[in-house]
Design a binder for this molecule. Structure first.
Ligand SMILES: Cc1cc2nc3c(=O)[nH]c(=O)nc-3n(C[C@H](O)[C@H](O)[C@H](O)COP(=O)(O)O)c2cc1C
Length: 160
């Protein structure tokens, strides 16, 4: 079994969840972690919201886009203006080799407004690439530091 955890994190919350997910997956499979970096992201909150809301694709670091080697593909993003961050949007467009794969989508969020919409958007893009099964989980930013809570949530939703 080979898995990959691909994530974008601006302020570290989603990265923490990605790290815990990687640790959980590593008990049963060989795991790689890929961090997406937005090369053109604004530091201004309103600009970030505008870019995310208008579904901008960020310029991202060159990473692996062909995912055909993996059995399980995990993709994580913070919720930005009810959708994924622009770096994740870019990756969702560019990735290939998802046909029939097990996909785990995860998000971190503040208030939770737009969280389901964000996950739906990610799932829709990957469904168009004929991905197989989807499971999804989300962690509120206030809960990110509670590792036991996060592990339980991962286990409940992904049955890892
Ligand atoms: C530009 C921006 C837009 C955001 N929009 C939302 C939102 O629509 N809904 C929500 O619940 N949280 C929103 N948040 C809060 C983030 O989703 C939350 O802080 C997340 O955990 C950040 O993850 P990170 O530390 O991995 O970047 C937003 C944060 C930023 C910076």
């Amino acid at each position: 079994m080979k898995s990959v955890v691909i994530y974008y994190s601006y302020s570290g919350n989603t990265k923490k969840i990605a790290n815990i997910l990687t640790e959980s997956l590593s008990k049963t499979s060989q795991v790689e972690e890929i961090e997406l970096i937005a090369l053109d992201e604004s530091r201004a909150f309103l600009k970030q919201c505008h870019r995310a809301f208008s579904k901008t694709r960020a310029k991202i670091n060159p990473v692996k886009f062909d995912l055909s080697d993996y059995d399980t593909i995990c993709l994580g993003s913070p919720v930005w203006a009810f959708g994924p961050a622009p770096a994740m949007n870019a990756y969702l467009d560019l990735c290939i080799g998802l046909e029939g794969k097990q996909i785990i989508l995860f998000t971190t969020y503040g208030s939770g407004t737009g969280n389901q919409r964000c996950l739906d958007y990610m799932q829709d893009l990957l469904s168009k690439k004929k991905a197989g099964t989807f499971s999804r989980f989300s962690i509120a930013q206030l809960k990110v530091k509670e590792k036991d809570f996060v592990i339980k949530k991962i286990q409940e939703t992904t049955r890892l």
